[in-house]
Design a protein around this ligand. Structure first.
Ligand code: IFM
Length: 444
């Protein structure tokens, strides 16, 4: 293995999520999700954009799979739209919605692409939201029933399951900061929701395993960053080391050690959630792998004796105003490896960047910034593997430009450009670059 290569069998893939790409919002019996309701509420999403049509992946999935085959990827991480398959969230399954995922999985396998299926990527059926949604403890059971049904339907062909995507966003971005559906601002409720996401993950894993087979593997995709010092000073280093990284701390120690660290509740706006006997054992059950979504670190400094998270004035930033720092990914992977005693395979289930992507005169997108971003992050992953981290795969976010939540269609994360009027897909330079990486199984 040369110094730039990845281990044999390393899985290179691309990722998307149902509400961001599928469209077909009113077709074949799909019901409303909290994101349909939110995006149709004036003022919630940039330019009033919605996921009604998005990339029309629902109809164009065959060409999208063919495109992935051309890229040479080995894996595709997509999510199931819960209200497409269970319009009421529970109860009767919508056969026409189920059939879409059947077709998609078959198409992928026919192309030699391994499906990684995320069951919840934020599009809760409003039928369940209207019964309390994530704030209602019953959600853990609703989610498990849905997870079991999907495993029964697809588990003969799908081996890799991800229960939830980025529960921090489901809980805090949606219930404390109001930026995501359902757009509430209630920190205490956000903590209770976080607990319910963890419980849903634990019970969901049990349900998936019970409905699956010997080959079934299940994990979760957590968004995590890394605390870095702003300056190369002792004070900033200590500040970064000691600061709570909420993305990490609400979920990683909880899932792997089975308790909430006490300092999470030092902040008076939070109080301990309602935890029932047995909850923490369910939450801390064994995972088969851990999905890591990494985009950016957080910088810490000390100003007038106070620890502050700050923007890095010398930093490089993407169009999301997220600092680019592959070192954060490298250190995060080492930290997770230590936290899990290197007993757990890791996958990077998302990493990528938004850039303006100004087209050249001939319409081509020469996204040198994204190519450079990816190359440096691939290199960080490769270094971590050399240090002994059991990293098994890397999914680039995203296969194609899509609906970027509250930013609507104003932020491009794709390595493939989506023309939202014609639905034409065009490979950006980053897609061509990624094709070379997949072919070489190395940082090129
Ligand atoms: O687009 C999102 C994705 O849905 C979840 N992780 C972060 C991405 C970029 O914001």
């Amino acid at each position: 293995m040369s110094t730039d290569s990845f281990p044999d069998g390393f899985l290179w893939g691309t990722a998307t999520a149902a509400y961001q790409v599928e469209g077909a919002a009113h077709e074949d019996g799909r019901a409303e999700s909290i994101w349909d309701r939110f995006s149709h509420t004036p003022g919630k999403v940039k330019n009033g954009d919605t996921g009604d049509v998005a990339c029309d992946h629902y109809h164009l999935y065959k060409q999208d799979v063919a495109m992935m085959k051309q890229l040479g990827v080995g894996g595709y991480r997509f999510s199931v739209s819960w209200p497409r398959v269970f319009p009421q969230g529970v109860g009767f399954a919508n056969a026409r919605g189920m059939a879409f995922y059947d077709r998609l999985v078959d198409e992928l396998l026919g192309a030699g692409i391994r499906p990684f299926v995320t069951l919840y990527h934020w599009d809760l059926p409003t039928a369940l939201h209207d019964r309390g949604g994530w704030a209602n403890r019953d959600i853990a059971g609703w989610f498990s029933d849905y997870a079991a049904a999907m495993t029964k339907a697809l588990g003969d062909r799908v081996k890799d399951w991800i229960t939830l995507n980025e529960p921090w966003c489901t809980a805090f971005l949606s219930y404390e900061f109001g930026e995501h559906a359902p757009g509430l601002r209630n920190p205490a409720l956000a903590v209770q929701v976080a607990h319910h996401t963890l419980l849903a993950h634990g019970m969901g894993m049990q349900a998936i395993r019970a409905a699956g087979n010997m080959q079934t593997r299940v994990g979760i995709a957590l968004n995590a960053g890394y605390n870095l010092p702003l300056a190369d000073s002792e004070a900033d280093r200590v500040a970064a080391e000691n600061a709570v990284d909420p993305l990490y701390e609400w979920f990683v120690p909880t899932i792997f050690n089975g308790y909430y660290t006490e300092r999470l509740f030092d902040d008076s706006k939070y109080r301990s959630p309602d935890i029932r006997p047995g909850d923490m054992a369910v939450i801390a059950a064994r995972n088969d792998f851990l999905g890591v979504n990494y985009y950016t670190p957080t910088r810490y400094t000390v100003v007038d004796g106070q620890v502050r998270s700050v923007r890095n004035p010398n930093g490089e930033y993407t169009e999301m105003d997220w600092e680019v720092d592959p070192e954060g990914l490298y250190r995060l992977l080492l930290k997770l490896c230590a936290q899990t005693k290197n007993q757990l395979p890791l996958y990077i289930t998302e990493n990528g960047a938004a850039y303006p992507d100004i087209p050249a005169a001939d319409g081509a997108i020469h996204d040198a910034d994204r190519v450079s971003f990816l190359k440096r992050h691939f290199d960080a992953a490769r270094r971590a593997i050399r240090e002994g981290v059991d990293l098994r795969g890397y999914f680039v976010w995203s296969l194609m430009d899509n609906f970027e939540w509250a930013h609507g269609y104003t932020k491009n994360f794709g390595i493939v450009k989506t023309d939202y009027i014609t639905q034409r897909r065009v490979f950006k330079d980053s897609a061509l670059y990624f094709r070379n990486v997949c072919a070489a199984n190395a940082v090129v």
